[in-house]
Design a protein around this ligand. Sequence first.
Ligand SMILES: [Zn+2]
Length: 247
Amino acid sequence: MRGAWQELASLLLPVACAGCGGRRGPLCGPCGAELTELRPRRVTPRAAPPGLPPVWAGGGYAGALRSVLLAHKERGALPLAEVLGRVLAAAVLAALAARPLPGVATSTPLLLVPVPSARAATARRGHDPLRRITLAAAGQLRASGRAVRMTPLLRQRRAVADQVGLDRAQRHANLDGALAAHSGRTGGPGRAGPPAPMVLVDDLLTTGASLAEAGRALRAGSDGHGPVVAAAVIATPLRHPIGGTRR
Ligand SMILES: [Zn+2]
């Protein structure tokens, strides 16, 4: 309900640019251009957790991209999912160009698997930001001729603490075993055909703990056929943690 109201309100009220606060919202020309000019890159957190798949990020935690991500995630600026989806789609393509997945060249649809949000965080925000961004990215990749689906294969198995303020070891312990794959949906044994190629996606890469745990859960649910690569909208160093995280 809140989502529907925000979408309606965004059509009726003049909005500031989410990138710079200027008048021509929801995203002005220069801020839009800043996002278009981003080039995804491979990112490796310092002391990356075991099992972290190779990750490509659309950009750093700075400038218009940071502001737009926060406006969408924490302030419910829902139309921005499209532009964030473009950034994520570019990161997915960069990941696949560098690390082609088995099966991705065939007609088997590529699955974009978002790291699941905690129910409490989704309820507080009134929407699931990563799911919207992933849907937008999948739509844009399909429009470019690729067979791609957003597939929420993962779920939270237990509650986790807020990751803000935790160091690397604490984040790892907080998330260890927290996720599980929905049974029978990962394309593992018992299902006809080869496992579908999967790219794990997240909005924000900090220590890599979330993506490593998501990769572990997917591999556990599909007899080892987990994702080979991951993509994130933003990579951020731990010393600049985001104000509000998923958890
Ligand atoms: Zn702007």
